[in-house]
Design a protein around this ligand. Structure first.
Ligand code: PLP
Length: 362
């Protein structure tokens, strides 16, 4: 019997797995699996969210005008070059849908954020991965991987799941080699957490470019992952095209209002970033002391590698942590089965993590 069939090239796609949030039989959970801000959003954003409850019958502003203005003034960028989405995921997918065709290639780093391959494959294009060195993206490998079929490059800077970052002069060097008809997407989801001085989000570089798109999210330092709001700074022609083709009401009213409020609360961001920096160092030392490899991270998580010689494998460590209520991220999906990715939590979670990790000592 005939039945509807998806497009053939979609059959190879496995789908995105989010971080788990429950463990059977364990009541008190510490979710360190999705790189959320453990403190959530600014209290002002929560108050704005509550206010929206009296207007739930009304459609949101589909132009996201007030949110775009708030972003524009916060980052000193033109509001008519901003596109808002249901998380930055919506925009990352939309870019692939609009600018990739079957037969094209999308270029990413070897250990790239899992959404990029999904977005590329969803458009029928092929994923090409530029080899990394020791979990560090390599710009020469990006340049040598460019072909006539490359139509989009996605780079997370800093990167999830490795935590590594690319110096701004290296981003500039890559940009000089990227042809003008290739979309160069720089995903700065974790930029607030970066401590290195030679890093830049790249708004200045994007300002005079016709092919650079920078994406940002409210899901990480701003603590609004549950509301789903992200945005992109694009060349004007690209912003116009995306605004025509995106789902009109994808950013709901509560998300718009809470995000505007979150943007204004520098104290909350500064507090969150300082907490992250302090505990990232402590946790780095703790994992290193028990003989594991911790990769340098500019994000709100660390990537820990378990060795043949380690007392536990990554899988065993995952189960031990789970038994204490600590959920971290397994890395099979990223083809890194010997690694765990661990979000920096609140003090209570971090202390329990340290106590548990001490059992990893040989
Ligand atoms: C590098 C990177 N970009 C984008 C996102 C998605 O963010 P959003 O919640 O805005 O869709 C994530 C989420 O984990 C991420 O790690």
């Amino acid at each position: 019997m005939k039945k509807p069939e998806p497009k053939k090239y979609l059959n190879a796609i496995k789908g995105y797995k989010g971080g788990l949030s429950k463990i059977e039989g364990v009541d008190k959970i510490y979710k360190l699996s999705s790189n959320e801000n453990p403190f959530g959003p600014s209290s002002n954003a929560i108050a704005e969210y509550a206010k929206v409850s009296s207007d739930l019958g009304l459609y949101p502003d589909s132009s996201n005008a007030a949110l775009k203005l708030a972003i524009s003034s916060k980052y000193s960028i033109d509001s008519d070059r901003i596109v808002c989405g249901c998380g930055s995921d919506e925009i990352l997918h939309l870019l692939a849908r609009v600018y990739l065709d079957e037969g094209n290639q999308g270029l990413v780093s070897e250990n790239a954020f899992a959404v990029y391959p999904l977005a590329i494959q969803s458009s029928g294009a092929t994923v090409v991965r530029a080899k990394e060195e020791n979990f560090q993206p390599n710009i020469d490998n990006f340049i040598s991987s460019l072909t006539d079929e490359t139509k989009i490059i996605y780079i997370a800077n800093p990167n999830n799941p490795t935590g590594s970052y690319i110096k701004f002069d290296e981003i500039e060097r890559l940009n000089r080699s990227v042809p003008n008809d290739v979309l160069f997407v720089i995903d700065a989801a974790y930029s607030e957490y970066v401590e290195e001085k030679d890093y830049s989000i790249g708004f200045e570089l994007a300002k005079d470019s016709e092919n650079i798109v920078i994406t940002k999210t409210f899901s990480k330092a701003f603590g609004l992952a549950g509301l789903r709001v992200g945005w992109a700074y694009c060349p004007k022609k690209i912003a116009e095209k995306l605004d025509i083709l995106k789902v009109p009401f994808s950013v709901n009213t509560a998300a718009q209002m809470a995000a505007i409020s979150a943007l204004e609360d520098d104290d909350h961001i500064n507090f969150s970033v300082e907490h992250n920096s302090k505990w990232k160092k402590i946790l780095n030392d703790c994992f290193a002391e028990v003989g594991l490899i911790v990769y340098p991270s500019q994000c709100n998580f660390i990537l820990v590698e378990f060795l043949e010689s380690s007392k536990f494998s990554a899988k065993e460590a995952y189960h031990l942590l789970s038994s204490k209520g600590i959920i971290v991220r397994e890395m099979e999906e990223y083809n890194l089965p010997n690694c765990l990715r661990i979000t920096i939590g609140k003090e209570e979670a971090n202390l329990l993590l340290i106590e548990t990790v001490n059992a990893f000592k040989k």
